[in-house]
Design a protein around this ligand. Sequence first.
Ligand code: PRP
Ligand code: MG
Length: 182
Amino acid sequence: MADEASAAVAAHTRHVADFPEPGVVFADLTPVFADGAALAAVIDALAESGRDPAGAVAVDLVAGLDARGFLLGSGVALRLGVGVLAVRKAGKLPPPVLREEYTLEYGCAALEIPAEGIDLRGRRVLVVDDVLATGGTVTGAVALLRRAGAQVQRVSVVLELEALGGRSRLAEMPGGPVEVSA
Ligand code: PRP
Ligand code: MG
């Protein structure tokens, strides 16, 4: 992430000890998003992942992941001049839906997108979320979007918890590796 965005994240992130369980230090990005300059720096940095080395927009659509990825996905899409797709947690969308189950640290959950009304075949999609931890959420989203026919090569996040191995999970995805920008 660009220096300005990294500095903004470092300055505004709230670190909470022993949440959600003893021994874990939770990085709460809420104050980052609530600061106008920090939010703009973060959105600009995430949007860079949607450009080629010459600076041209290289994606057709941004996918924001329920829920905190929504805060970012729409801003990134506006910066790039493309649309945004909300990838929803299960049970929010009317049928028919495409659904992908994914593993959490404890248990599993599911993500859904509409099966009608939007044609993702061949579309280049940039996936945006706030945090990459185990990679369960993002790998689930990538698998879902690919099943719908989208091309997903890159994921852009604000914060990567490197020790949890999400990046290597994305590199080993069936259907081809997914690069991470953080
Ligand atoms: C958090 C975070 C990421 C995900 C990262 O979302 O916003 O989406 O966990 O973890 P992972 O890489 O291990 O999957 P959460 O499911 O807590 O929900 P929220 O975004 O709706 O708050
Ligand atoms: Mg989330």
